[in-house]
Design a protein around this ligand. Structure first.
Ligand code: ZN
Length: 359
């Protein structure tokens, strides 16, 4: 049988030489002659999300969901309208939607918040430091009613610390200031904010008092709360580190004053810079948490620190570990979640800016 070649030797030689030629040509192009390296935005976003997801574990699923998975809120409300629930208290959410039992969390630290939003009382020999004040429509029952149930006297409130000026945290501040005359501490930009929108903060905004600075110490009796400026969620958001006692043992707390992204569309450069401010604040508080040996991470929403569930676990603690005392590594993981989610969102904005031809 005669062998029939698929192509002639000459054709094969030409083909072979052209393949070798193309390969030599490709290898000879220096990196400088190639297009400038394109960023792989999708890979960068996935890597930031992966870092947040692996940090979250079960402990910070709520934080992960809000900042990485759910649609982000577009930006700050810039209207100056009196809220419906202030105009007509009947329009406030029903009690069943927000009521939670108060709880003694540590020897000298109490939960007086609701199902969703938290308020905390740090007790000292010289009076009480109250942190965050929930809404105008439920602060009286939750904070004052909760304190009374726990055997605390609201007249002992000497300081009210407000993490940021949103109505779910500043709502009870005016009432507390007018009834008990505590000193009120809030970030400078948030003092300006409530003064700029008097209708929006009707019945909520206290008269201007102490302007928080980074590292400011609020000392009452034997307790000191150190304030850290953590702008991001609002320009004046502040966070705290302090020590509580668990059955006599000191336990260090890092309190994150603002978690969700709330500023995406706040500036003409849509948010890239705001995300950097937020990321820098996460790193700032993470460093202070590490330096103070914080093993408890608190916030003003149960969604982020599981306060509501943990209060219920406390009842069955017995001689077991304290459900809030998660250890220094887990406290740091919270900040990896918030930073990773913020970085992913920031890269998305960088990609959009690049597509529009902006640097
Ligand atoms: Zn807020």
């Amino acid at each position: 049988m005669r062998f029939v070649p698929l192509c002639s030797p000459v054709t094969f030689l030409v083909f072979f030489l052209s393949v070798v030629g193309v390969m030599v040509l490709m290898a000879s192009i220096s990196p400088a002659q190639q297009q400038p390296a394109q960023r792989n935005y999708e890979a960068e976003i996935q890597s930031a999300l992966e870092s947040a997801k692996s940090a979250a574990g079960f402990e910070f699923l709520g934080t992960l969901a809000r900042n990485c998975l759910l649609p982000q809120s577009g930006g700050e409300n810039l209207s100056d309208n009196v809220p419906e629930y202030v105009k007509d208290p009947a329009k406030a959410p029903p009690r069943a939607a927000w009521y939670a039992e108060p709880a003694k969390v540590f020897d000298n630290f109490y939960f007086v918040g609701g199902k969703i939003h938290s308020s905390w009382a740090l007790t000292t020999s010289q009076g009480i430091i109250l942190i965050d004040t929930i809404y105008p429509y439920n602060s009286e029952e939750l904070i004052l009613g909760g304190m009374k149930k726990l055997g605390l006297d609201p007249k002992d409130i000497k300081y009210v610390l407000i993490s940021h000026a949103h109505s779910d945290h500043i709502g009870g501040a005016e009432m507390l200031q007018s009834r008990y005359h505590p000193r009120i501490v809030m970030g400078g930009p948030d003092w300006e904010w409530v003064e700029k929108y008097p209708n929006r903060y009707k019945t909520m905004a206290p008269r201007r008092d102490i302007v928080a600075t980074d590292g400011m110490k609020i000392t009452l009796g034997e307790s000191t709360v150190t304030i850290w400026l953590t702008p991001g969620h609002t320009p004046g958001t502040v966070s705290y580190t302090f020590t509580v006692l668990d059955r006599g043992k000191p336990v260090n707390v890092a309190y994150s004053g603002g978690t969700a992204f709330n500023f995406v569309n706040n500036t003409p450069n849509p948010g890239i810079r705001n995300f950097q401010i937020y990321i820098d604040s996460q790193r700032h508080l993470a460093a202070k948490a590490a330096a103070t040996g914080a093993t408890v991470l608190l916030s003003n929403h149960s969604e982020f620190d599981n306060a509501y569930s943990k209060n219920r676990m406390l009842a069955g603690r017995g001689s077991g570990p304290h459900p809030y005392d998660i250890g220094a590594d887990w406290v740091q993981r919270y900040f990896k979640v918030t930073e990773g989610c913020a970085r992913a969102a920031q890269i998305r904005l960088e990609q959009k800016a690049a597509e529009r031809g902006m640097p």
